[in-house]
Design a protein around this ligand. Structure first.
Ligand SMILES: Nc1nc2c(c(=O)[nH]1)N[C@H]1C(S)=C(S)[C@@H](COP(=O)(O)O)O[C@H]1N2
Ligand SMILES: [Mo]
Length: 433
């Protein structure tokens, strides 16, 4: 007889909510509230009794039992950081694929996702502002009139690693999993801008989409950022309509989005409707102040700053590496003395020079093997073996150095009010015996 496949709490709730309720809360059928005698089961699972069991709706996945949530089209195990607007992180050990599957790609909305469109190819976006001939292009025209390219490109939220800042910085407390490296298909933005014809006065882009803010003025965009023209013209900056060989999923900005690799994810605008070519640095929501801006001279952690002076827009994301083959807390059998490791490393505009791993709290470091990048802005997969001396608690530390000589710090460095670019080395606990 084949072994019964273990289902996660989320899968159980998705497939058989009544049985899930019975197992998690001990209640039967669609009764509201907790059945008598279920408190022990809940206490064991969540570490305490439910304060007001009669208020718990049937079919609700208890967060205390499962801190992750079933998201449409996503692999169970993504960490839901925020429901509205939707923010979900991929834990490092779920980033073990060479190419991040769409089901494992993190999600970050600043506002409310717009309704899905019935005819994606009919959706249009405009290019206007400092151009000779403003353009209106449907997705269908983009596909038929231009030559598309496919690259594997890393896209990382500017706040990736924020949770490691001390004191806490403002924003979603990302671990190291606000990163994905998918295959994107689209047209170089440079070709679209060349068709519109840039005027000499063009200095910056401003990006707009059809999502709406969760609160505040519904006529204002939830976010509208942009990049200097040089980055917009870089050949890997794409107007993308496909992800991993499929039409761009709605959740990731379908039918059409920008992918601006190596820079904070916030410039990779989803649900694209307009690229406004500007004669100055763009000033939409998400530009200026402390938004995606970092101090030019380090400030003391916790310092008050409005970002108006001494700050610059975060451009290239910093060097970072992650261990993807083992989750923190992995237990290994007694006697295990070596471990084969896998992971990923990337460095925004730069390439990776070396990835090293330590299993002795940084006393010694072992260089890992790096696999080649497919194209610029691809991440580098790395692998190699490490020796574990003795039984008990070990930590695996991974540290990358980029080709410009920047190395990941041991502890969070470069504190800033909104906690961008925190690339402290990842520490993974492993127990032997
Ligand atoms: N229209 C629109 N585009 C957007 C956002 C948004 O809220 N609205 N969020 C940005 C941010 S902050 C990030 S990190 C990336 C996340 O892309 P993903 O959800 O496909 O992973 O999208 C960017 N593009
Ligand atoms: Mo982001």
């Amino acid at each position: 007889m084949a072994a019964k496949k273990e289902r996660t709490v989320e899968e159980l709730y998705r497939d058989d909510p009544e049985r899930a309720d019975a197992e998690v809360f001990g209640r039967r059928g669609r009764e509201r509230g907790l059945a008598a005698g279920s408190e022990r089961a809940m206490a064991a699972a969540a570490g305490g009794r439910v304060a007001r069991p009669e208020t718990v709706p049937a079919g609700l996945v208890p967060r205390g039992v499962a801190p992750t949530c079933p998201l449409a089209g996503k692999t169970p195990g993504l960490i839901l950081l925020q429901e509205t607007p939707l923010v979900a992180e991929t834990p490092e050990h779920l980033l073990d694929d060479e190419t991040t599957p769409t089901g494992r790609f993190f999600l970050r909305n600043n506002g409310l996702a717009p309704p899905a469109l019935a005819d994606p190819d009919a959706h249009a976006f405009v290019v206007d502002g400092e151009v000779h001939a403003p353009l209106r292009l449907t997705v269908g025209e983009l596909k038929s009139r231009f030559r598309a390219v496919t690259y594997r490109l890393q896209m990382e939220c500017g706040g990736n690693g924020r949770a490691f800042h001390m004191p806490a910085a403002r924003g979603n407390p990302w671990g190291n999993g606000a990163i994905g490296c998918a295959e994107w298909t689209g047209v170089p933005l440079a070709d679209v801008l060349a068709t519109a014809g840039l005027k000499d006065t063009a200095v910056h882009t401003g990006h707009y989409g059809f999502d709406r803010p969760a609160t505040g003025d519904p006529a204002r965009p939830s976010i509208s950022r942009g990049v200097p023209i040089a980055k917009a013209m870089e050949r890997h900056t794409l107007v993308a309509f496909a992800m991993n060989g499929e039409p761009l999923p709605h959740a990731h900005g379908g039918p059409v989005r920008l992918v601006v690799p190596g820079w904070p994810g916030s410039v990779s605008h989803k649900w694209l409707t307009r690229i406004w070519v500007r004669d100055r640095v763009h000033d939409g929501p998400g530009m200026g102040g402390t938004s995606y801006r970092v101090p030019t001279v380090p400030v003391p952690p916790g310092a008050e700053a409005d970002g108006r002076s001494g700050f610059v827009d975060l451009a290239s994301m910093p060097v970072r590496s992650i261990l993807t083959s083992h989750a923190s807390g992995t237990r290994l059998p007694a006697g295990r003395s070596s471990l084969h490791l896998r992971g990923a490393a990337w460095a925004g505009e730069n390439d990776i020079g070396i990835v090293e791993v330590s299993a002795d709290f940084g006393l010694s470091w072992t260089a890992m093997r790096l696999s080649p990048a497919r194209n610029r802005y691809d991440w580098r997969r790395w692998s190699g073996a490490i020796r574990l001396v003795g039984e008990g608690y070990h930590e695996i530390w991974t540290r990358a150095t980029d080709t410009a000589g920047n190395v990941q710090p041991l502890r969070a460095a470069g504190w800033n009010p909104q906690g961008y670019g925190c690339n402290a080395i990842q520490r993974v606990a492993v127990l032997v015996g």
